[in-house]
Every structure is written in structure tokens, then in C-alpha cells.
Design a binder for this molecule. Structure first.
Ligand SMILES: Cc1cc2nc3c(=O)[nH]c(=O)nc-3n(C[C@H](O)[C@H](O)[C@H](O)COP(=O)(O)O)c2cc1C
Length: 420
């Protein structure tokens, strides 16, 4: 019987433990978590979601306060089109996050950054270009293009000196999306170094509709592997979504996949950015508390724990401070939904009197760790640890979870040594 450690992910002549920890914004996949994966010989991800908030919190910058001060005059205006990101500051924040992470890197693995196209930031192309270039400037090992089709993203980077040396990957949920991406980026003469195939059981946004349950990762991965083989394209395929044990991973590695991308099991590690109280909610969640809904203003379905404070909250949009989901015309579906509710309740004064059920304010709630996005198998997390004397669940170390994926056999999950 094989374990994950019997396989290696190969990039050129370099080899890695075939475990990639997926990007989890906003700072849920922290630098600490990504660095552990790299130290252990695998690949970790930081994320650039709400980058200015992340550097404010981690490195004492004041970007959010400054942006709010600049656009304060607009806070009661439903039209958010004037609210723009300062591109120099955006580059500065991105470089800071990446540099400070890469400076601490140890071990044989790599650190990538997850860059979501759906963070349109009121100027999709310009802001995306800055984010990609700044990450490359600051020495990131690789970029995973996520949440969106990214058909033009390679072209946005092709004038960067590291375009051909950094690892570049894409996340798709169908062979068709991969074909489209390869067709559109063919002109740059560069293939992706890896393709993450994300199935319907993943956390975060899904590349499926509300009929997600009709799809399964294994079939999509088989389609992708067969098509790549037929086209003679040797691009490592990295399945993601619902790979909960080392044995689940081995199944895909034996099929010919290069590695696996996993995330949910790391949400309850000490290195994960969620507050400890929220990690306990992930442990406690039962299967019926996990839903896929359409609350994200991005238009993609998203998986969440139903009891999270973000759902039904009528928080005032804070685009002047954040505004990461404003589209090219300065619109966000939450702002529209919020204003509709406000109009219908003209006498409501307090936030507790307003409930918006159509959409959620992803910026504020992700920033405050109040939107509990999660993978389908979150309800199994309680089986991966010990219950402590006070009834709480014991947090895990990223190393423990990583090594459990790497060495476990027979569909088992190793419990950590019981904490005193
Ligand atoms: C809490 C959480 C947040 C996530 N956020 C993102 C994200 O910001 N960008 C992204 O591309 N994927 C995101 N994902 C998806 C993961 O990177 C990964 O592909 C997927 O969850 C793997 O499946 P698993 O969680 O069942 O192991 C998120 C997943 C979780 C659990």
C-alpha cells in the first residue's frame, strides 16, 4: 500500500513533496502556514486578497485608514465609481507581503501566491497587472491564478523579466475552461506550469452552479488527464476539493496527477489565520450546517457554515475603505442589495434593524473573519483531533496535518499527541 511520500511533484529537475496547501483569503492561508508547507518540502500559498488590510494588520501600514479618509465624502453615496485604488500603494503593499514572507522561507519547498481575478477593485485590468507584477518583483516562487478565467492574465505578465522563470498555474473546474485558457494564452508562447483542477467539494468560491452536487472531482480529473495526454501536453495536474486523507491523495497520484491541493484540514491548525474561536466553529460544524449559497457578490456560488455572522447581516458597505469587489463601473452586488433593503425600510436606524439576505458584504466580513467559508468535509474535522478537558477541540500544527497527508495509509487520520 502506497502513501503520498512515495510520489514526488516534478518541476524540471526539482522535486517536491506532492502536497500543495491551497490559497485561502483573506489571510486565512497565512505566511506562517505557507512557510510550513515549504519547510516540509511541499508548496504553500499566501493570498493577496484584501492585501492592504493584510499589511495594515501584519506590518502596521495605514493604507485602509488613508483610503477611507480620501473617499470619506462618498460613504453615503450609492455610486462608488469614484473610489479607486492607488496603484503605487497597491504595488507597495503586495511587495511588502511577498518580500516579508519570502525572507523567512526555509526548506526545499516553495511559496506561491493565490491571485483571484474576481477581486476587480474598480479597475480590473490595471489592479490585476499591478498585483501580478509586484508579486513577481518581490520574488514569489509562483502564482496561482484563481477565481475567474484569467484569459488575459499571462499577457498582463509577459513583459515581466520573471514571466518565464516563476511558476505559473491556473485553477479550472472543467476541461473546457482549461482549453479556453490555453487557447487564449497561446500567443504568449508559455504553458502553465501546473493546472489545479478544483472539484465541487472545495472551500471558497466554486466553479460550478448550484447543481454542484452533480459533478465529481474524479471524473473531471480523468477528463483533464486524458485531454492533456491526447494533446501531448506534460502539465502536472493537481486535483483539489474533498481530498481529506493521504489515501484520497494517493488515489489521484496513482492516476498520474502531479500533486494534490488541500485546504480544509489546515483551517484548524495554529498557523491558520482564522481566530481560535472561529476554528472551534469549524471543528463543531455538522454536515447539515454546511451550505453552498449565492451570497457572494462575485456571482460565484460559495460554500459556508450557515451559522456565520455574515449571513443576513445588513452591514453598511464600506467600499471607501475596502472596495475589492467593485467592478469596472464601480458596482458591487452587495451595495445594490443593501440599498434595496434600505429603501424598503426607510425608518431603520440601527444595523440590527437591517437584514440583507440576497448578498453578503464579502470585504467587511472576510476581513473580520465573519464569513466562514469552508470545504464540504469541514464536518469531518472533529475526527482529526482530541477533545480537551474543557470540551474544546485541540488545535493542530500544520506540520502534523502535512505529515498525516504525507505518510498515512489505509484511509486513516492520525490524531495529535494529547495536549496537557
Ligand atoms: C477557508 C477557505 C478559504 C478559501 N479561499 C480561497 C481563495 O481565497 N482562493 C482560492 O482560489 N481558493 C480558496 N479556497 C479553496 C482552496 O484553496 C482549495 O482549493 C480547496 O478548498 C481544497 O479542497 P479542501 O478544502 O477540501 O481540501 C478556500 C478554501 C477554504 C477552506
Amino acid at each position: 500500500m502506497k502513501c503520498v511520500d512515495d510520489f514526488r511533484l516534478k518541476f524540471g529537475d526539482k522535486e517536491y513533496v506532492p502536497i500543495m496547501i491551497g490559497g485561502m483569503g483573506v489571510d486565512i492561508s497565512t505566511a506562517d502556514l505557507a512557510l510550513e508547507a515549504a519547510r516540509l518540502g511541499g508548496i504553500g500559498h499566501i493570498s493577496d486578497a484584501m492585501i492592504k488590510t493584510v499589511t495594515d494588520r501584519r506590518y502596521q501600514t495605514k493604507y485602509v485608514k488613508e483610503k477611507l479618509a480620501k473617499y470619506k465624502f462618498n460613504v453615503n453615496n450609492a455610486d462608488k465609481s469614484v473610489v479607486q485604488f492607488d496603484l503605487d500603494q497597491l504595488a507597495e503593499a503586495q511587495r511588502m507581503h511577498v518580500t516579508k514572507t519570502m525572507e523567512r522561507k526555509q526548506g526545499a519547498g516553495m511559496v506561491f501566491i493565490n491571485v483571484m481575478e474576481k477581486l476587480t477593485m474598480n479597475a480590473p485590468k490595471d489592479t490585476l497587472r499591478v498585483r501580478l507584477h509586484a508579486a513577481l518583483d518581490a520574488g514569489i516562487d509562483g502564482i496561482t491564478l484563481a477565481a475567474g478565467l484569467h484569459l488575459g492574465s499571462f499577457a498582463l505578465m509577459e513583459d515581466h523579466p520573471r514571466f518565464r522563470d516563476a511558476k505559473l498555474g491556473i485553477i479550472v473546474s472543467s476541461v473546457r475552461a482549461l482549453q479556453l485558457f490555453l487557447k487564449k494564452s497561446a500567443r504568449t508562447g508559455r504553458l502553465p506550469d501546473y493546472v489545479v483542477v478544483e472539484g465541487p467539494l472545495a472551500g471558497g468560491h466554486l466553479g460550478f452552479g448550484l447543481d454542484w452536487a452533480e459533478y465529481d472531482l474524479e471524473s473531471i480529473v480523468k477528463d483533464v488527464l486524458a485531454w492533456l495526454q491526447a494533446e501531448n501536453l506534460a502539465i502536472p495536474v493537481i486535483p483539489a476539493g474533498g481530498i481529506f486523507t493521504g489515501s484520497d491523495a494517493v488515489k489521484y497520484l496513482e492516476m498520474g496527477c502531479g500533486a494534490v491541493q488541500v485546504a480544509t484540514r489546515f483551517t484548524v491548525t495554529r498557523e491558520c489565520g482564522l481566530p481560535d474561536k472561529v476554528k472551534q466553529e469549524y471543528f463543531k460544524a455538522t454536515e447539515d450546517q454546511i451550505e453552498v449559497n449565492e451570497l457572494s457578490p462575485t456571482g460565484y456560488p460559495m460554500r459556508m457554515i450557515k451559522s456565520c455572522p455574515a449571513i443576513g447581516s445588513g452591514i453598511k458597505p464600506n467600499c471607501e475603505a475596502y472596495g475589492y469587489l467593485l467592478d469596472a463601473s464601480g458596482n458591487c452586488a452587495y451595495v445594490t442589495a443593501y440599498n434595496k433593503v434600505l429603501e424598503a425600510n426607510p425608518t431603520a436606524k440601527k444595523i440590527s434593524e437591517i437584514h440583507v439576505y440576497e448578498k453578503t458584504c464579502l470585504c467587511t466580513h472576510m476581513r473580520n473573519f465573519d464569513c466562514w467559508t469552508c470545504g464540504h468535509y469541514t464536518y469531518r474535522l472533529k475526527d482529526t483531533t482530541n477533545v480537551l478537558a474543557d470540551g474544546s477541540y485541540q488545535l493542530l500544527s500544520a506540520e502534523h496535518v502535512f505529515k498525516d497527508y504525507q505518510f498515512s495509509k489505509g484511509n486513516t487520520v492520525a490524531l495529535p499527541p494529547l495536549e496537557a
